[in-house]
Design a protein around this ligand. Structure first.
Ligand code: HEC
Length: 129
């Protein structure tokens, strides 16, 4: 572990490494909390999502009830799930001829807004007798 050619006494090297490690950890902590907070800081806006959802309504309906049989209902679906799927379509992790095209140009903010819109729609379920 300790490079023989460093010429530094092991104790000093260790001390140095610890300081460096600590600095790296605090950078990671700051970064992580920034990333964790950023969606909250920007705020997912369902009203903006509603406007954006005009792009989705032919298939998913503005109200999130699908208009074509191959598209899923999005009404009441959790924001977390919708965001995850849209990001997966955008990155290519999930593929679909229609959705891959739709998601390609969406920003993180637009994805959050859209997801907030569809999540905000209240649905009720009625089981068959
Ligand atoms: C041309 C039709 C079409 C349009 C427009 C469209 N979608 Fe889709 N969407 C689909 C289909 C079809 C699927 C099912 C994909 C599959 O089978 O994997 C889907 C799947 C999804 C899923 C995954 C849902 C799940 O249950 O996993 C989300 C989220 C989604 N669409 C959101 C959107 C949003 C938001 C928009 C508008 C920005 C949009 N879609 C526009 C057809 C469409």
């Amino acid at each position: 572990m300790i490079p023989k050619t460093s010429g530094r006494p092991p104790a000093l090297w260790k001390h140095h490494a610890t300081r460096k490690t600590r600095a790296a950890y605090s950078t990671i902590t700051v970064l992580a909390s920034f990333l964790a907070m950023s969606p909250v800081a920007q705020g997912a806006d369902p009203a903006e999502g509603r406007k954006l959802a005009t792009q989705c309504k032919t298939c998913h309906g503005l109200d999130g009830i699908a208009k074509i049989p191959i598209a899923p209902n999005l009404a009441g679906e959790s924001q977390i799930y919708i965001e995850k799927q849209l990001k997966a379509f955008r990155s290519g992790k999930r593929e679909h001829e229609m959705m891959s095209l739709v998601a390609k140009n969406l920003t993180d903010q637009q994805i959050s807004d859209l997801a907030a819109w569809y999540q905000s729609i209240e649905i009720t379920a009625k089981m068959p007798e």
